[in-house]
Design a protein around this ligand. Structure first.
Ligand code: MSP
Length: 506
């Protein structure tokens, strides 16, 4: 998944349609990307984490008209709403791209001019069914039994117009080879297999422009046609790093290390996007992680069912870190997963309030009760349990490689449990305990807390800082390459308990 020759890591989320409000689906992808961006920064990589909004196309133009606004004003306000939501979730994005920005339009124009110079562009006439919700063309066989779009369950529109086409069909073999050999690494495996079996059916050429749409970027070689919104949108992944405008930056970060996306948009990302890049002589992305969907209390999340959960609803209940944790623990990988409020509350209480939160106050209370403030962990502090801590840290690292956030969290929870096991076994509150043993117990537990503060940082940065502050530790300002491994070694640094303990979770 990583570039071997360089220390950079370029990671992206999809750019979301501005007309929809942020919900736990879009928050999920964004928090997962943030988790990875923070992890790789901690590991000393030069990370570029890109997010943004998709602002063109007929769907947005219609929504603007319905709101009685010009599309320009409409997208500006709604884009800010996304940015604000991501800031509220403590998303550490390096840049936020809007497809209405000039730098993006310039990149699209340059990309399309290059495409026109290639042998893969031709003019033809298009006849097909268009779903406004998906902004996607369909054949009759793709529709449901009522002739509606299978995703939106809404009528599609028969469109017949002159369009420019991209000869996608000529890329079937090369894509198959690159995907099968993991040069373009699509995961989890079930998504890779789906894409491969789709490729096995042979690809059809795709239209890259629309005649009847006015809101978008005109083709540089045919001003009567507007760039198809999906082509426009995909190019965000290179416009944000300066394609055609800042070559140095562009080649520092391209090809992307990782695109994150949901299963509904896998074909655009895993097939059309790499083919477009190959057509203009650019490298395809290195890896694409395709997650599944959240359902809510057993039902598809949708406006008509009024069951859309917004990130702010969760933040009100569980705080920012709690929300991030719960989304990451529920990340649907191979299959959809169901979000149930009661389950989220139970998990919050078990894992955070009574898990990590209790551990924190339990350990510090014992240390302070015995007036132990200086902590100097050593290899002698319960080596049997230390071994298990290290094993769990290794499991955490393995889980991150495959973006198995649930597994990464389970490794964290195991380390929390080890302190409980130790306390129940040794009973440090008992008066009969001898002093060296007491020191061992405190050392082990606080060192474990220090390690946990590192492991939880990508998930819950504020909680990590709260723990580190009490232990007199820094907040990861200076981290050269490889520092993470060192920091995670047992007894890497001494600690002094500095301040009063507060509750980590309410
Ligand atoms: N604008 C396009 C993406 C262009 S990227 C070059 C788009 N936008 S979207 O606003 O519809 O957002 C789609 C993202 O949200 C996808 O990754 C999609 O999978 C995700 N989700 C939408 N509903 C979801 C769930 N119920 N659960 C999880 N993710 C979901 O498509």
């Amino acid at each position: 998944m990583e570039k071997t020759s360089s220390n950079t890591f370029f990671i992206t989320t999809p750019i979301y349609y501005v007309n929809d409000k942020p919900h736990i689906g879009s928050a999920l992808t964004t928090v997962t990307a943030d988790f990875l961006a923070r992890f790789y920064r901690l590991d000393g990589k030069k990370v570029f984490f890109a997010v943004g909004t998709d602002e063109h196309g007929s769907k947005i133009a219609q929504a603007a008209a319905l709101a009685g606004k010009t599309p320009e004003d409409f997208v500006k306000i709604l884009s800010l709403n996304f940015k604000q939501n991501w800031q509220n979730l403590n998303i550490s994005f390096d840049d936020f791209i809007r497809t209405e920005e000039d730098r993006h339009k310039k990149a699209v124009i340059l990309f399309l001019s290059k495409l026109k110079d290639s042998e893969y562009i031709y003019k033809g006439s298009y006849r097909g069914f268009y779903c406004n919700g998906c902004e996607s063309f369909y054949e009759k066989t793709d529709l449901d039994e009522n002739g509606n779009c299978k995703i939106h369950r809404q009528p599609v529109k028969l469109i017949e117009e002159e369009n420019w086409f991209f000869a996608l069909s000529r890329f079937s073999d090369i894509l198959k080879e690159k995907i099968a050999s993991n040069q373009i690494y699509i995961f989890p495996e079930n998504r890779k297999n789906e894409i491969l079996s789709f490729l096995n059916q042979g690809l059809k050429d795709v239209s890259i422009s629309r005649q009847s749409v006015f809101w978008g970027i005109p083709l540089p070689f045919d001003q009567n046609q507007i760039t198809y919104v999906w082509i426009d949108a995909l190019i965000n992944y290179i416009s944000i790093i300066g394609f055609g405008q800042n070559e140095e930056m562009f080649y520092q970060f391209w090809p992307a290390n990782l695109h994150l996306l949901g299963k509904d948009i896998a074909r655009f990302h895993c097939i059309i996007w790499p083919a477009l890049l190959l057509a203009v002589g650019l490298k395809p992305p290195q890896a694409l992680f395709v997650h599944s969907f959240f359902t809510v209390e057993g039902k598809k999340m949708s406006k008509s069912l009024s069951n859309i959960i917004s990130p702010s609803e969760l933040i009100d209940k569980f705080g920012v870190d709690g929300t991030r944790y719960l989304l990451l623990k529920s990340l649907p990988r191979e299959n959809d997963s169901d979000i149930q409020m009661k389950k989220l509350e139970d998990t919050y209480n078990a894992d955070l309030k009574f898990g990590l939160g209790n551990l924190f106050s339990r350990v510090l209370t014992v240390a302070l009760k015995h007036n132990i403030k200086n902590i100097n962990p050593s290899k002698e502090d319960f080596p049997d349990l230390q071994k298990q801590v290290i094993q769990n840290i290794n499991n955490y690292f393995e889980a991150i490689k495959t973006i198995d956030t649930e597994k990464a969290i389970s490794a964290i929870l195991h380390n929390i449990t080890l302190v409980d096991i130790l306390f129940d076994r040794e009973k440090p509150w008992s008066l009969k305990i001898d002093e060296p043993k007491l020191k061992n117990i405190i050392n082990f537990s606080i060192e474990n807390l220090r390690l946990l503060s590192i492991l939880i940082f990508p998930l819950m940065p504020e909680t990590s800082f709260k723990i580190r502050k009490v232990l007199g530790l820094d907040t990861f300002e200076k981290l050269p390459t490889g520092a993470l491994e060192k920091r995670l070694s047992w007894g890497y640094e001494k600690m002094t308990i500095t301040s009063e303990i507060k509750h980590l979770f309410e």
